[in-house]
Design a protein around this ligand. Structure first.
Ligand SMILES: CC(C)(COP(=O)(O)OP(=O)(O)OC[C@H]1O[C@@H](n2cnc3c(N)ncnc32)[C@H](O)[C@@H]1OP(=O)(O)O)[C@@H](O)C(=O)NCCC(=O)NCCS
Length: 336
């Protein structure tokens, strides 16, 4: 077996890698959301100037691809950390492919001076402490960092229900701060960008992330544009709902990414600025965003979200909106 870099421009290779990763990703996960090899290829090819990406494959002597690994190294912030993804074709597991990929990428992270590397795995709740993926990572020196709970919400949510939640949120948000709620699809007004980027960068600091301690992320104007370009390139729509103070500063945000041709929408971050918490702005932006998503993309049947169980305020909003726990994301950390 050997490790080789995967050339992003090689259509045949990238599509084989995408098929493999999606097979691996779906293994043992009957409720996994729709995500196609083409989506994966589009995601790999979309640049993010905030991180480097090492994409490698493990092949056998005939050149057949057995596994794929990616190492992301943050470039603008969190320069002590890296993020790993390892996927082995289910037909070729337990033959050392995962270990070979992992060691190769850990060496790169180490050579770059990174002190911590994170990896995650989707596992059933009942197997959080015992699952083979955890044993694999622990066998390579990783230790438990965090558990996030993946939740699904059946769509569409009835309009009357959205109205009731919006009224509940507006009663408090309006009375206490005069915030206005705006939704923008696939574009975002120039004058609100700077304050939105600040919120997007603080999410990783304020959301609980277990044993890993993240510093504020630098969401530069270039990275903000790349975020929108990546979503477009993958055939998705980006819905951003924000709460804006009377003097024009974004106080809260939430993002949903909705594929145009499949039925699962992905809830990305939701964040309320430290100075503006306690006004039900989280519920206000989430409900407005969902209403916009359902209006523009009526084909969607499910929204997928995940957050740390210790993130009680976010979990409370998701519970109220009817999100149901489905599986766990187990996060593990290796110190180099
Ligand atoms: C986890 C994964 C990468 C392992 O790949 P792999 O090629 O099977 O791993 P290896 O053959 O190198 O396994 C090395 C050791 O890890 C442990 N291990 C790996 N998979 C295991 C499993 N399903 N059950 C128990 N132990 C396991 C074993 O100790 C194994 O050694 P052994 O086979 O001699 O007992 C693979 O199962 C996968 O792609 N999973 C889905 C994606 C994922 O969640 N990746 C991140 C995991 S942290």
């Amino acid at each position: 077996m050997q490790i080789r870099a995967l050339d992003l421009a090689d259509d045949t290779l990238m599509s084989a890698a995408g098929e493999l990763v999606v097979r691996s990703w779906r293994e043992g996960r009957p409720h996994a959301p729709a995500y196609s090899p083409r989506d994966w290829v589009a995601d790999q090819r979309s640049p993010d100037s905030g991180e480097s990406q090492d994409l490698v494959g493990c092949t056998d002597e005939t050149g057949r691809l057995l596994g794929v690994g990616i190492l992301y190294l943050f470039l603008l912030d969190n320069r002590d950390k890296g993020w790993l993804e390892i996927d082995v074709d289910p037909a070729h597991r337990r033959h050392g492919v995962g270990s070979l990929l992992l060691r190769h990428l850990l060496d790169i992270a180490h050579a770059d001076g990174r002190a911590q590397v994170l990896i995650d795995a989707k596992v059933p709740f009942a197997e959080i402490t015992t699952h083979g993926y955890r044993r694999f990572a622990e066998g390579h020196g990783f230790t438990y960092s965090n558990v996030e709970v993946v939740r699904h919400l059946a769509l569409p949510v009835p309009g009357a229900q959205l109205d009731a939640w919006a009224a509940e949120a507006a009663a408090q948000a309006g009375r206490e701060g005069g915030f206005r709620i705006e939704t923008h699809v696939n574009e975002f007004p120039e004058e609100l960008r700077e304050s939105l980027c600040v919120l997007l960068g603080q999410l990783g600091v304020d959301a609980p992330t277990g044993a890993a301690d993240f510093e504020e992320e630098q969401v530069t104007p270039q990275r903000f544009d790349e975020r929108y370009a990546a979503v477009q390139a993958a055939g998705r729509d980006l819905f951003e709902t924000v709460a804006v103070t009377p003097d024009g500063v974004v106080a809260a945000q939430t993002t949903i990414v909705a594929p145009r041709s499949t039925n699962d929408a992905f809830q990305w971050g939701t964040f309320v600025h430290r100075e503006h918490r306690g006004h039900r702005l989280g519920l206000a932006v989430k409900v407005a965003n969902l209403r916009a998503v359902q209006g523009r993309s009526p084909h969607l049947r499910r929204a997928v979200t995940q957050n740390a169980e210790t993130n009680s305020w976010m979990v409370a909003i998701n519970d109220q909106m009817g999100f149901e726990p489905v599986e766990a994301t187990l996060e593990l950390l290796r110190t180099l």
